[in-house]
Design a binder for this molecule. Sequence first.
Ligand SMILES: [Zn+2]
Length: 378
Amino acid sequence: MRQTALIIFWVLQLVLATAQGFPRIGVHEGFTRFVFDLPMGTPYRVDPSETGVIVRFGPLEAPARSETLDDPAVQAYRVEHYNDATVAVIELRPGVEYKRFVLPNEDGSFRLVLDFFHPAPAANAPPPKPNPPKLVVVLDPGHGGPDPGATGFVVEKEVALDVARRVQRLLEAQGIEVILTRAEDTDLAPPDVQNLRERKLIDLGKRAGMADLTKTLFISIHINSAERPAQGIEVYYFGATQDPRLLAKAVQENGGGELGERLTQQAQRRAEQILADLVAKANQDFSRRLAEMVLEGMLEHTQAQNRGVHSAPFYVIRNAQIPAILVELGFTNHPTEGHRLAQPDYRARLAEGIATGVLRFLANGAYASRLDPEKPLP
Ligand SMILES: [Zn+2]
């Protein structure tokens, strides 16, 4: 009878231990405490291991478990069962010391307690320096594949890609990672999409999607054309406009025709909301500054005509989460500028101008610490 009572009592203890956790873990000021609740007479033994401590018990009903901890002293622990033993394996962080003691309960059960002391931070060690995130510039040569863009003395898609590649080389030489939205004469729609308007919509969507927070800047590169003779460089950031010439420009770059009209209206609505969106507004201000610096860089390198910085509802930069601009390098159909755009030397100077503007922008703001200090700015 007495023995039955003892067994019931023992089972109760186990149920209790299981309910409370085996071990119970408490994190305190300066140490982490492991408490093993044990029935009366449970044999145990504590041994150091290569990575921490091993505690061996006689057979127990505690559930097997394995946990990784976010704790200053204990990395992980596990409880395992063998034929005639229960084992707790405790993995400690480097340099952690511990002490153990036993607290008896009135009923004969007891608690095995292990205290693991949190290592003191090294007194003079400098705080670990996080690696600054890399600068990543997305260059987006407009059009490509079935869409040539503007034509004249040169073809827009060809000049845009060539200049983008040149900018890529210049920025990479400064330790900046460059991603081209396209590196060949192709658009970004899957090959099985036949409808050109559908292709354009997919294409613009994919390009736009690359202006996310994992990148630093987004620059879409285009060449202008005009019905009346015009020349010069203009740079855009995203925003609303009431200027019919700029709206027509946006329609043309947003796919032209009916699609271009529709996407321009969508983008214009988005642009009108920006004033109410503090984050988008701040990004718009950064984009305008980037536009000004890139235009200035290009004018310095080319002595081309200055057509200014403007905002317009370009679909490809409508949702950019990073500073984003669209540059128009010149006019394909201007008798002088069109021929100039065909010359490798002139394209090289345009690229140097864009790279100069980008580097000046990056050197002036929160990005400066990520530029390679060994590389002097152009
Ligand atoms: Zn274009």
